[in-house]
Design a protein around this ligand. Structure first.
Ligand code: NAG
Ligand code: NAG
Ligand code: NAG
Ligand code: NAG
Length: 437
């Protein structure tokens, strides 16, 4: 299919999905008692964090190594008994923790071996019945990729600063048997939105819904859980996080304005303007997306500054120039409420393609399949320590060199991979319930 055709089908597809979204939002959430019960049961097990004194808790917090791959940040975690390592996309734009499982009806190619639940003594598939109605799930993401499979409970573990692993027995995970559209070698996705099936939610009260990560463009870095790794110090800015009833679980920030060089473009007076959240911070989406009407203002401001020759790539309406001089591009600043200004490095907001062109990495509709949604993607978050705190309802950013250990340098971006959009913002989640009975 040509890209244009694909986009048309995506658009059509999205209209259908949009029609479903409101119905499924409620249909999909498992009864709250279900999650509470799980957390309650876990608090009686013997995982290390509960035997901790408060003092221990302060010194020890769970974390995972993360690294960049193709267009995503992957974290390492272990599942099953005996534990098997998987690598999964860090995704604040969705909730389910899933991994590809055998038998594979339709699997994409991943680096690690595919998880075999029959070899784990703690794997317990959920069955559909009236008292516990969730079993099968379907997830569809903004770029039309999907994962379908069975919900199960399983032991999930990650590293901990205490040296012991941090174990989460009976964590609800998705065992994916049919997935497609992924441009990654990861085994699956770790959902981190604020909903009952996400990793952070299932960690329970002791974590306060708090976590932080630092995305290094080319080196290994970390994601840490709990309020211990709070983001503070020189250069830190914080902005309120908002939750929307109609799109539950997503972390909305409120973008007041964008500055292109010295030109400040207010959202006020555009349909994009809001006071209670208009942009989802989504670690699973690569580029940044703004709704068309407002985005065109930002783009025009860039066009006014850059005088290099324009180039176009296929059907895409990206703003690209034939140059390799990054410094001719204006610095972009995002102004979040209240007074949280993020001044981006040019590498956050522009991408150099094969040394032959430089493109704006902020995308406008109609290219975006999520035309009404503004997404703050992972590239723009590079080299910021980003902290989410549910108790204060704030997201904080601190400019940081995120690389910890030297790793292989990032390959120069090819036009093909840049133009292949990657949006792990979940559009649709459906947990098959009583309908099945
Ligand atoms: C909780 O832990 C206690 C002490 O270890 C044990 O006797 C009890 O059976 C546990 N309860 C459950 C529901 O596992
Ligand atoms: C996988 O799911 C897709 C989308 O629902 C469906 O069209 C396809 O038939 C499924 N593949 C298999 C092997 O079940
Ligand atoms: C319902 O399913 C759960 C596990 O999925 C099981 O523990 C429970 O016993 C089942 N209840 C009935 C009434 O079958
Ligand atoms: C931006 O990216 C280029 C190419 O990858 C790199 O050489 C440069 O050091 C980066 N600049 C910063 C400030 O990270």
């Amino acid at each position: 299919m040509s890209f244009a055709t694909r986009m048309m089908s995506v658009t059509l597809f999205l209209q259908i999905i949009a029609a479903f979204l409101f119905i499924t939002a409620t249909a999909s959430s498992p009864p709250s008692g279900f999650t509470v019960d799980l957390i309650h049961r876990r608090t009686n097990s013997s995982s290390p964090r509960r035997s901790n004194t408060d003092d221990d808790q302060l010194r020890s917090s769970p974390y995972a190594d993360i690294f960049f791959e193709t267009s995503e940040y992957l974290m390492k975690l272990k599942i099953g008994t005996p534990p098997v390592e998987i690598e999964a996309v860090v995704d604040t734009g969705s909730e389910v923790i899933w991994t590809q499982c055998v038998p594979c009806l339709n699997c994409y190619k991943q680096r690690n071996p595919i998880f075999d639940p029959s070899k784990s003594s703690t794997y317990k598939e959920k069955t559909c019945n009236i008292s516990d109605p969730s079993c099968d799930y379907t997830l569809i993401y903004g770029d039309q990729s999907y994962s379908k499979g069975r919900l199960a409970t399983e032991t999930v573990s990650i590293q901990s600063t205490s040296g012991h692993s941090y174990e989460m027995p009976e964590t609800v995970i998705g065992c994916s048997h049919n997935s497609s559209g992924f441009i990654t070698t990861a085994s699956g996705i770790v959902g981190l939105s604020w909903r009952s099936l996400s990793l952070i939610f299932q960690m329970g009260k002791s974590m306060d819904g708090a976590f932080s990560y630092c995305f290094s463009p080319e080196r290994t870095s970390k994601i840490s859980f709990g309020s211990n790794p709070i983001v503070a110090g020189d250069g830190t800015v914080s902005t309120p996080m908002f939750f929307r009833k109609e799109k539950p679980g997503f972390y909305y920030l409120n973008l007041d304005a964008v500055s292109v060089g010295k030109t400040r473009i207010e959202t006020l007076g555009t349909p994009f303007h809001a006071v209670d959240g208009n942009m989802v911070i989504d670690s699973g989406t690569t580029l940044t997306y703004l709704p068309a009407s407002y985005c065109s203002l930002v783009r025009e401001a860039v066009e006014k500054v850059v005088t290099a020759e324009r180039v176009t790539y296929s059907d895409f309406d990206t703003l690209c120039y034939k140059t390799n001089a990054m410094d001719i591009f204006p610095v972009i600043t995002m102004h979040f409420s209240v007074g949280a200004d993020l001044v981006f490095d040019r590498n956050n907001t522009y991408v150099a393609l094969n040394g032959e062109a430089i493109c704006l990495a902020i995308m406008c509709a109609p290219m975006t399949p999520i035309a009404e949604e503004a997404l703050f993607g992972n590239r723009a978050q590079n080299n910021f320590l980003v902290g989410y705190d549910h108790s204060s309802l704030k997201v904080s950013f601190k400019p940081t060199d995120c690389g910890v250990t030297q790793d292989k340098p990032r390959d120069s971006t090819s036009a093909a991979s840049f133009l292949q959009f990657n949006i792990k913002f979940v559009l649709f989640i459906f947990v098959l319930s009583l309908i099945r009975l």
